[in-house]
Design a protein around this ligand. Sequence first.
Ligand SMILES: [Zn+2]
Length: 173
Amino acid sequence: MELNKSLPSQLKLFNFAKKEISLSGLYQISDFPRITEIASNKKDNVRVELSFYLKNNKTPCVDGIIELGIVLACQRCLDDLSITLKVDFSLAFVRYEKQGEELDSYYEIYVTEEDELATLDLISDEILLSIPMVPTHDYDCIKEINGQEIVEEKSENPFAILKKIKIADGGKE
Ligand SMILES: [Zn+2]
């Protein structure tokens, strides 16, 4: 097994897998344009480890870990929201989707006809997949800022509707 100190800009999927290459690298968030768009801590580190291997003697796979702290805008209050990410993934690179069917279900199937993949793209994809679709604070952040307003908006009790349905239904049973 070869061990390299930094990541090349292109990953040679079959070649790396056949040689069972392991790579680790250190980036800044600003190295990833698609992450920089949504993160405000652009100078913080992104730590990446990738281990390539061949599955069933033919399918290039990679096990990876990406670690970073990211500061996003909370989609409820628009204030900073810090998330620590440790993205653990196993990818299998296949030419056709059908080729993925013979692999364990924990593999993410990556369909590509290319033999090379841009390292930054792969890492960006995995980070973006692991970020919640609508990142929000895990506490009621708007309520803390606006106090009463939210309480009034929610004054219509959703269970009141359920009750009406139950009554309408009641006669049948
Ligand atoms: Zn918030």
